[in-house]
Design a protein around this ligand. Sequence first.
Ligand code: PMP
Length: 293
Amino acid sequence: MKAAKVYINGKFYGKAEAAVSVYDHGLLYGDGVFEGIRCYGGRVFRLEEHIRRLYDSARAVAIGITETRKEMEDIVLEAVRINEKPDCYIRLVVTRGTGDLGLNPDNCGKSTVIAIVDDIALYPREIYEKGIAIITAATRRTGPDSLDPGIKSLNYLNNIMARIEAKRAGCMEAVMLNREGFVAECTGDNIFIVRDGQLATPHPSAGILRGITRDTAMVLARGMGIIVSETLMTRYDLYRADECFLTGTGAEIMPVVSVDGRPVGTGMPGQVTKMISHAYRSLVYGEAKTEKV
Ligand code: PMP
């Protein structure tokens, strides 16, 4: 197997040599933005959408990216090509750059651009067949009045604290509420429920990352004639759901079979979840077959 090559500011480095300055504000302050992208069969899934979200995040936190979007797409494609990994996960990171120990963003030079191509840390197949248990975290999702969850920033401590709660409760994920107590999203995934054959997911105004997998799942469901709503959702809605699943680039479509110790529906992944999961896989692998990088 070829050694991994990591892109940093125009050059590729071996994994052990790939490093940024300790004065990089991405490290010192979590001052940066990122994307988690996936490549199936040599075809990067929804690259344009990921790059668009990256630039939206960067604009929101006033990080100037000198590369054009097209150049950024090419960086991702080149990183995939050079690593010879047709099925991979790509972590694209842009930090404000190298500054000094002060917060002053003006002291940072050019933004640092990093693209890491790695294997996908897939959950074992049986987890998708059985589904996962989740809990509600006590840690609330940050609100749009502080750090809008729509910005995919390098500040994930809020989510990591909730993930620690999940782990301590023996779960792989936690659902996070917003400050008003409405369901927002999980620590690294969006959440959906099915009730009476209809699909619902928290409205973006609840304070969520507008997941690209979330969008894809909604389009696929609507294509199957399923009614989909983006709505205000409480824990009560989760408890009385017939089905529940999570969406994310890494997890894809993950069935949830228990919330806070209460079984969801039959306690097994439901039919609608299975249909959407199947359609998602056909889509990503289908697209993989038709076009290659
Ligand atoms: N919410 C959060 C907090 C995330 O970090 C992610 C991405 N891992 C998602 C939702 C899902 O987004 P996407 O489908 O674009 O991967």
